[in-house]
Design a protein around this ligand. Sequence first.
Ligand code: CAO
Length: 453
Amino acid sequence: MAKVIEIRVPDIGDFEDVEVVEILVAKGDAVALEDSLVSIESDKATMEIPAPAAGIVQAVHVGLGDAVSEGSPLLSLLLQEKPAVAPPTDTPNTQPPPPPTQATPNTQPPPTPTEATPMSAKQQAIAAAGPTVGPRLPPVAPSRPMPSVTHHASPLVRGIAHELGVDLAQAKGSGRHGRILEEDVKAHVRDRMQAERASLPMPIRDAPDVDFSSFGRVEEVPLGRLRRTAARNLSRSWLTAPHVTQHDEADVTELESFRRQCRAAAAERGLKLSPLHFVLKAVAVVLRDFPDFRSSLAPGGESLIVKHYVHLGVAVDTEHGLVVPVVRDVDHKGVYELAAELAELAERARSRKLMPTDMQGACFTISSLGGIGGTSFTPIVNTPEVAILGLSKLDVRPRWTGGPDIDSGGGFEPRVILPLSLSYDHRVIDGAVAARFTARLARLLSHPANLLL
Ligand code: CAO
């Protein structure tokens, strides 16, 4: 005769009001011996309660989130007439019945299912433990709480997931009620590996080797050492520092008027003042308030090394290639002194007389193409510096003197504009800070008297 047994919460040690976190079966489900029925979870551990025998679920007595304690009814199971697994062999089982999954023995008296159908040793062991049979929660040191579990998976699958380093919360279950099976864990690992392979950066290859002579006459001209070195440095910078260029412009009308006034005095010193010399001075002032712009990323990228000196590199165009000599302590020097020093460095650069030390120690670089032309460009940061300022050609542009309401009067007046292009390493400098930097520089150049302050 068919027998219905009540499955109850087993001995779970000292725990009370443990939460039901998973109900893995529903009324009418056929379950096999040891199929997990319900998962309960304390703040220390999660435990699945297995079926003590094969059968059909008659009723589920708990809901998700219910608090249960030892002996609380979980579900009613109509035991199968026939055993779900092979009947016991003739050899009597002399082993004491092991607790289903855990080491701690069950101390509850076993209510005995009374059906006559013979059971396997394992079934007998489990059924003998009766409705309250089940594993105790494993003793877990309070200092090492178990992670909470919100997925359906057998202890075996959890073990495999643990071994493979799979977070079950990320895996998709294809089993009944979304239960995560062994093959789901493997599929998850496979998908992750494929995704990782796909996200690997493409290897950087040289441009394809083309036989240009097949299209016309060619000649091969060797590159000088300077150009080869510059090419290496520029490539490294471009590939390692994420570049952004902030474009701005400074109204340098007053500054240009002042520069013209200084022309004679400069000539007496054997100098020519260019806009660049004033920009050097202004940049030194702005750098005082923007320490990140005179910093470098420390090796490993975990910190910044901020330099408390203001040595500025200046890009010099020579027939052998680009070199960047360094003007030291710009913040402590006057514009005439800077003009004299830069002229001397540029002269030595062009006659290839610079020493390696002349090109070391900058914390920021300026590259001026203003004497040549152009409206803006993207200079490449001279890493490990984090920013470089490009200057383009002065332009005279009309400026509206009235307010935004053009009907209320106003007019246009010519203004001298200096285009600014600030490239920066976005790992170190945020766009907003870069915009503040150029805005501050533009203000300073627009009111050159402030340079004295
Ligand atoms: N707008 C208009 N005219 C400008 C100017 C500007 N922004 N900057 C300079 N000029 C003028 C100068 O006043 C000078 O005019 P005069 O001959 O009438 O006096 C003329 O252009 C030539 O100036 P210069 O280039 O000789 O002098 P400088 O101080 O401005 O620059 C140096 C010196 C060494 C930086 C420059 O000669 C140089 O080599 N520039 C090229 C840098 C370079 O190649 N950068 C690209 C690197 S990639 O980032």
